[in-house]
Design a protein around this ligand. Structure first.
Ligand SMILES: Nc1ncnc2c1ncn2[C@@H]1O[C@H](COP(=O)(O)OP(=O)(O)OP(=O)(O)O)[C@@H](O)[C@H]1O
Ligand SMILES: [Mg+2]
Length: 331
């Protein structure tokens, strides 16, 4: 069966139920994602030790969450990510494997940096305030990619977030080349408009030179080609890359492959927890593409998987998404 291999940040989510008073006491900005340094992360982790409400550990990271979704839809998955040989890292590796994703590389021993973590404070109103410390996961490099992993027809999926450093770029190129050598398809999610902005030329080279499919939201595509007009951005994208996918939150997603252009309908809802919409869209989409469904069907699968995950708390699917596909006559 077609295998999907992902490369991304391995981040342990520490789900921390808390009160508004405690957020104030800790000086946490409510409702946003903030990058923090190691010291601050250790301070916040220590505060959890004395909290009356227990925290829950859930392996996370954008591509890792996508792989979890793809795995539950039935395709074999493998994840290339870096964790340290510490409590969080060992738990991460164990739980990814328990969830059905082959965690390819063992935790790194003797790492000066600890496992990456995102401490997600959840207040009674359901708002999530994320404090993320990027540790060893962001150090991923060429040495973490074993070309032998890529069998015939493997699908590769990357996240733009890891494209921040020269080592990450080298790892992506090595993986894409190994994937193509095995006759597979390589793709990336652009992840973040600011990330694209910082590395625009390299992203453009990657998209035009190595990627068979690329997923971005409106802001990411506009940032990549530095144009205000979305159609103009997507026309350039389609000239650069085989399959171009643009998600537009509550509006229909756009998919372009050569001369074919389709939209995937989105039934707009008010999210219970918007975390993970893009990642689960990618899961449904890649499932569809890797099982050779028509482009429009793959797009609909993306929208259905995304709608499921924003209907509840948490970034991984809870319902049987394949059953949802079947109910829509897609599988
Ligand atoms: N309000 C909504 N109602 C229904 N579906 C939605 C809504 N918001 C997002 N989605 C679904 O999620 C997909 C991805 O959303 P969006 O374009 O916001 O991606 P994103 O910006 O990458 O998300 P993320 O915040 O997870 O990074 C959309 O194509 C759509 O299918
Ligand atoms: Mg996104």
């Amino acid at each position: 069966m077609t295998r999907v291999i992902g490369i991304g940040n391995a981040i342990m989510d520490v789900i921390a139920p808390t009160t508004d008073a405690e957020l104030d006491r800790l000086g946490i900005h409510k409702g946003i994602m903030q990058l923090i340094d190691r010291e601050r992360s250790e301070y916040l982790m220590a505060a959890r030790e004395t909290s009356e409400q227990r925290s829950r550990l859930v392996p996370g990271g954008s591509v890792a969450n996508t792989l979890a979704g793809i795995g539950r839809l039935g395709l074999p998955t493998g994840f290339i990510g870096r964790v340290a040989d510490d409590d969080l890292g060992r738990a991460y590796a164990r739980e990814m494997a328990a969830d059905g994703t082959d965690f390819v590389n063992p935790p790194v021993t003797g790492s000066p940096l600890p496992t990456s973590r995102s401490i997600i404070h959840v207040t009674p109103d359901g708002e999530r305030s994320m404090n993320t410390y990027l540790g060893v996961s962001a150090e991923l490099g060429e040495g973490d990619v074993d070309p032998a992993l890529f069998g015939k027809g493997t699908w590769l999926f990357l996240e733009g977030y890891l494209f921040d450093k020269p080592d990450g770029k080298a790892a992506f190129l090595k993986a894409a080349q190994a994937c193509h050598a095995a006759g597979g398809q390589a793709g990336i999610a652009l992840s973040d408009p600011f990330c694209v902005d910082r590395h625009r030329d390299d992203f453009r080279r990657l998209v035009a030179g190595q990627m068979d499919y690329v997923i971005g939201n409106i802001h990411e595509w506009q940032s990549l080609y530095q144009v205000e007009n979305l159609d103009a951005a997507l026309a350039q994208a389609a000239a650069d890359c085989g399959t171009v996918i643009c998600t537009r939150s509550g509006q229909d997603a756009i998919l372009i492959r050569g001369a074919e252009r389709v939209t995937a309908p989105v039934r707009r809802v008010t999210p219970v927890d918007a975390t993970g919409a893009g990642d689960q869209f990618a899961a449904g989409l890649i499932h569809g593409l890797a099982t050779a469904r028509p482009l429009a069907v793959a797009g609909r699968m993306g929208c259905i998987a995304a709608a499921e995950v924003i209907g509840h708390m948490g970034a991984r699917p809870e319902a049987d998404v394949m059953a949802l596909f079947k109910a829509e006559g897609l599988a």
